[in-house]
Design a protein around this ligand. Structure first.
Ligand SMILES: Nc1ncnc2c1ncn2[C@@H]1O[C@H](COP(=O)(O)OP(=O)(O)OP(=O)(O)O)[C@@H](O)[C@H]1O
Ligand SMILES: [Mg+2]
Length: 597
């Protein structure tokens, strides 16, 4: 319970407090609704003593009207408070969801490599919904039932305070079990929420990996794995629900002891003529009515624990801080020469780049080549500040990229990655993402330059064709061309191309390569390529191996040198000869994976 309070206090301060007027109105309605129960049990006394015992016929009409009035009031007040509380609950939930996405969009790219989309979706959607359900239920109950409880207690005390004490003889023995139950609910709910995350992650992976699952015939494997994980979730959820169900049961045990005591003690007093039947009945009604709200209030404590388990997960996500931050006083940055000077970088413990140094001259095309896993894509991630170097300096036009605002830095760069990220919109909309204020004419021109129109012209909807989730209804080469069109439209002074034509056939590659050469004119271009024939004409070639630049120069100079580059070229040429293909048609010359150690 102790660590629950700070969570609730934070929720109140950040999200709920601004609804204070609405909540106060709801509280007034709850008070009215709750007080009706006390009034009901209070009316039982005149009903018995004056109507049934004294035989006063006129009193019955008054009492009947009063009871009808009380129920009507209860109906109106109950309806009103439920609508108000539900509205606040929904607004708090959606505000939390918006805040979560807002926050996540500012986090480092690394966070999303470490945290599965399914888990994050479950936190943003699942936990906020769980919170809303439990919290609004708890709030409605607390307001109304606490008032009911107080009004009924007042009636009990008014009838006889000794009887009231006896009614609660069972409480002290059950305090410890109640406390243990709370802990149990919190722990099992936490496990259930974790399992829910795992399930969402698994579903996300299955749906994204459907093709691999099918061609590798992994359906049964995935079924079995999902089945095990569902079973884990089920166990945790059932434990948590059992804990919640045990709370009202504990209250009923208290009620049993109370009724026993009051009946034995109070019954004797009535038989002895010390109390009226009406007083006894009024007390008894109040007591019977009291245990119902008490039972619900006990469930609230379980709901609060469940809500805390979700809140914990939401706040753990909201408390992650980005490490790639704009500096306090960002310096302006402009395009120019790109320099890596003794740059070290590691994902975790494993060094990826070690003292990497090279220069890419402004307005020229520099190619990065090297074995798979050498660290080429990592160079691009550092340039765009998706990640930050451990040591060394990266400068653009003499300005350290770490001193600039990442937004300014990225504004200078057009980037075409190894896998083109398309969104489920039209091809035109996907291209527009390069520059949101582009006109349709500019989009069409970019589409033509990147040979997108070469395949959209045959489509009924042309550039208006939807691409499906993650661009699934386009071929790999078509997706790549859309990504290139985006870069063309972006018209940025620095161009980063990470194997932009790897998915294209020889004919389309020639066309797109020509478009890229055109695009690269006058821009500072860094291009990663495995198919070495595509970078032969680069102004400079930098060969990266094991996280460092091992040689650099023009194609001719490197060939003459007879180093790693010449070996790679020779390997590709011989592979091409053996397989009966040549020139730029040779397959990507992936040397065996080499990881820098
Ligand atoms: N997010 C990551 N977390 C941990 N290690 C990573 C991550 N991304 C890359 N690596 C590791 O960093 C090394 C360099 O990766 P990088 O993607 O830069 O290679 P690359 O030269 O672009 O290779 P390829 O030619 O195959 O694209 C690899 O050993 C890889 O395993
Ligand atoms: Mg790469």
């Amino acid at each position: 319970m102790s660590d629950t309070l700070p969570l609730l206090r934070r929720l109140w301060r950040d999200e709920v407090r601004r609804f204070l007027p609405v909540l106060l109105a709801a509280l007034i309605l709850m008070t009215l609704e709750g007080a009706t129960l006390g009034a009901m049990s209070y009316l039982v006394q005149p009903l018995f003593d004056e109507v049934f015992v004294a035989g006063n016929a006129t009193a019955v009409q008054g009492i009947a009207l009063a009871i009808a009035g009380i129920f009507t009031l209860r109906a109106v007040a109950g309806f009103g408070q439920r609508v108000l509380v539900m509205g606040v609950g929904l607004k708090v939930t959606t505000a939390l969801q918006t805040r979560a996405l807002d926050h996540l969009l500012d986090l480092d790219a690394g966070y999303f490599q470490a945290n599965a989309p399914g888990d994050l979706i479950e936190r943003v959607r699942g936990d906020t919904l769980a919170l809303q359900q439990t919290a609004s239920a708890a709030l409605m109950t607390v307001g109304r039932d606490a008032i009911s409880l107080v009004s009924l207690l007042a009636v009990m005390l008014w009838v006889d305070w000794r009887w009231a004490l006896i009614a609660f003889v069972g409480v002290p023995i059950l305090i410890l079990p109640l406390a243990l139950l709370q802990r149990w609910i919190r722990d099992t709910t936490r496990q259930a929420r974790g399992s829910a995350s795992l399930l969402s992650t698994r579903l996300d992976e299955i749906f994204h990996g459907m093709v691999s699952i099918k061609v590798n015939r992994l359906e049964d494997h995935e079924r079995a794995r999902f089945g095990r994980e569902v079973a884990g979730f089920l166990t945790a959820q059932i434990r948590s629900e059992t804990g919640k169900a045990a709370l009202p049961a504990v209250i009923d045990v208290i009620a049993a002891a109370g009724f026993l005591g009051v009946l034995l003690y109070g019954g004797a007093e009535i038989l002895a003529g010390e109390k009226t039947v009406g007083a006894f009945m009024s007390f008894f009604t109040a007591m019977a009515l009291l245990f119902d709200p008490l039972r619900r209030l006990s469930m609230v404590s379980g709901q609060v624990q469940a809500a805390a388990a979700s809140l914990e997960r939401i706040y753990a996500m909201l408390d992650v801080r980005a490490t790639v931050l704009p500096p306090a006083a960002p310096v302006p940055i402009a395009a120019g020469r790109l320099v890596f000077h003794d740059v070290d970088f590691a994902y975790g413990q494993e060094p990826v780049l070690q003292r990497l140094s090279f220069t890419a001259e402004a307005g020229q095309t520099t190619a990065l080549v090297g074995p798979s896993g050498a660290g080429k894509s990592t160079v691009f991630a550092l340039l765009t500040r998706l990640i930050d170097a451990k040591s060394g300096a990266i400068t653009i036009g003499g300005t350290d990229v770490a001193a600039a605002d990442p937004a300014d830095l990225r504004g200078l760069i057009a980037y075409v990655g190894q896998d083109a990220a398309l969104f489920d919109e039209t091809i035109a909309e996907n291209i527009r993402l390069g520059r949101l204020d582009a006109t349709m004419d500019e989009i069409c021109a970019a589409a033509a330059a990147a040979s997108v129109t070469a395949f959209t012209d045959a489509m009924a909807a042309g550039l208006g064709t939807r691409v499906g989730p993650r661009g699934a209804s386009l071929s790999g080469g078509q997706r790549q061309r859309v990504a290139i069109a985006r870069a063309v439209l972006r018209d940025a002074p620095i161009l980063l191309l990470d194997e932009p034509t790897s998915a294209l056939d020889t004919a389309s590659e020639r066309v797109v390569q020509a478009a890229l050469t055109d695009l690269a004119k006058g821009r500072t271009t860094l291009m990663i390529a495995h198919r070495l024939s595509t970078i032969r004409d680069a102004d400079k070639i930098v060969v990266i191996d094991r996280g460092g630049a091992v040689e650099s120069g023009s194609h001719d100079a490197l060939m003459a040198k007879g180093g790693l580059y010449a070996n790679l070229v020779a390997a590709q040429a011989s592979f091409g000869r053996q397989n009966g293909v040549g020139g730029s048609g040779s397959p990507p010359g992936h040397a065996p994976d080499r990881h820098p150690k």
